[in-house]
Ligand binder design. Structure first.
Ligand code: COA
Length: 96
């Protein structure tokens, strides 16, 4: 989703059979590229604080933790708010 200069990733999911093969990284990097090409200055997302595999994926791409949203999910779990800030035209593992 893109609103003015902010991209927002709502959901990322890879079928269990295909996890651990770089598909999640490819999907997120492609979403970043699309946002960048359409004028985003940064991209944000929320992730469950317990979701270590997703947090590692986002961190390895260059997302940084910006804060927490208390009881964001229906079960009362907090969300980590993460952002990727564009500072070059390139998107990828070491691009920030
Ligand atoms: C999170 C998810 C999208 C990752 O997709 P994936 O295709 O398995 O991820 P990739 O193979 O591209 O992995 C990229 C990086 O993510 C991290 N990662 C992925 N799976 C991991 C795991 N089980 N444990 C730790 N780190 C993991 C690693 O840093 C990995 O980099 P590396 O391969 O260089 O070590 C997938 O596990 C998924 O669909 N989970 C269920 C839905 C979900 O939780 N979505 C996120 C909601 S915000």
């Amino acid at each position: 989703m893109l609103v003015i200069d902010e991209g927002h990733i709502l959901d990322v999911a890879v079928d269990k059979v295909f996890r651990g093969k770089g598909v999640g990284r490819m999907l997120v990097e492609r979403a970043l590229q699309d946002c960048r090409e359409n004028g985003a200055e940064f991209v944000s997302l929320e992730v469950r604080i317990s979701n270590q595999s997703a947090i590692r994926l986002y961190e390895s791409i260059g997302f940084i933790e910006m804060g927490r949203r208390k009881a964001y999910y229906e079960n009362g779990e907090d969300a980590l708010l993460m952002e990727y800030i564009f500072d070059s035209g390139e998107v990828g593992r070491n691009a920030v």
